[in-house]
Design a protein around this ligand. Structure first.
Ligand SMILES: [Zn+2]
Length: 344
């Protein structure tokens, strides 16, 4: 099948029953709003424990940094990594995502949504090579890569989404959390695009990615950038008066990397080289984040209400300064040793 028409061939036939299946809902059970699902995760994990060591660089020098939507955000003093602490369990997040409303994408939305990700793969992985897409969801992106000539497989914890990926796209899929999957092969490339920030165990995921790659293989990660210009100004100038920093979006986003913290984590996981390039966040998404933050802060001073939305105009200077909202990270596993330098 071609990419698009996400409801065609979905188990259960019509759209309503297909949606109910993906949501994991029983008959007559209404989906929860984001706020209701967030409250469930919060209730399961009150933030009473000590802040744990940094998942990115391993440093024990960490501290509580701030709160957002009832979740405590911790910060590493060594590398600047930020994360929801304590971290919800994978089971909590599974329940969270399966209670969220799932809207099928149109073919046009699929192509435009994944265009930057396809471009990132084309720029770093020769067509014909094998690619494992981690967090492949319904397989839309993996199917686009296959159209471009890649030998693609996907992995996800969501068995219902994987059923769709196999039945609709005929994709090869592996179900489970990446560190728990035993692969019967190695890949030329692994992609973790706009998904690392949703994961409860990013270090274990990138270490498992290193194991799933051949020597000299490529890991591609795209994720929001905590050390970008808009986020830095938002945090330093506005967060003290708004008591909210729009970049923080728990429990959907659980981890927040800058280039330094992501590099530290990949080096710790065994990657030989780590490089970065600019990626752009969708402009409408950026404007919506800024306005949503203000609605959470009705008592903000008028100067802040007037100037905060203007942060969206920092996109161009941010790009020129290489301090954009998103980053594309390319990690490479070590090349094999020269013949004769080690045993078989
Ligand atoms: Zn750290």
């Amino acid at each position: 099948m071609t990419v698009g028409d996400p409801t065609a061939g979905a188990p259960g036939g019509d759209k309503a029953s297909a949606d109910a299946l993906y949501l994991g809902l029983r008959d007559g059970e209404a989906p929860l709003t984001r706020e209701q699902a967030s409250a469930l995760v919060r209730a399961a994990h009150p933030a009473h424990s000590d802040v744990r060591a940094c998942e990115a660089c391993g440093s024990a020098g960490t501290r509580p940094a701030t709160w957002r939507r009832g979740f405590r955000i911790a910060e590493c003093l060594a590398c600047g990594f930020l994360w929801v602490d304590p971290m919800p369990t994978a089971q909590d997040m599974w329940a969270y995502y399966n209670k969220r409303t799932w809207k099928p994408y149109s073919p046009e939305v699929i192509r435009s949504k994944y265009a930057p990700s396809v471009a990132a793969v084309l720029a770093n992985v020769p067509p014909g090579q094998s690619v494992l897409d981690v967090g492949c969801d319904h397989g839309h992106f993996a199917a686009l890569l296959r159209e471009r000539g890649y030998d693609v497989a996907g992995s996800d914890i969501d068995g219902l989404a994987l059923t769709y990926a196999t039945e609709h796209y005929g994709l090869t899929v592996y179900q489970g959390d990446l560190p728990d999957i035993d692969f019967d092969r190695r890949f030329d490339a692994v992609t973790v695009l706009s998904s690392l920030e949703h994961m409860v165990n990013p270090f274990h995921v990138v270490r498992a990615a290193a194991r799933a790659l051949r020597p000299g293989g490529v890991l591609l990660i795209s994720t929001p950038r905590a050390d970008g210009l808009v986020h830095t100004v938002s945090r330093r100038v506005f967060a003290p008066v708004l008591h909210a920093w729009e970049f923080l979006a728990p429990p959907s986003h659980l981890t927040y990397f800058g280039r330094g913290s992501l590099r530290a984590m990949l080096r710790r996981a065994g990657f030989a080289t780590v490089t970065f390039s600019h990626q752009e966040r969708d402009a409408a998404y950026r404007a919506r984040e800024l306005s949503e933050t203000l609605t959470e802060c009705p008592d903000a001073p008028s100067w802040a209400k007037a100037t905060y939305p203007l942060l969206r105009h920092l996109r161009t200077p941010a790009r020129l300064l290489d301090l954009g909202d998103m980053m594309l990270c390319v990690g490479r596993t070590p090349m094999p040793s020269a013949p004769g330098t080690e045993g078989s």
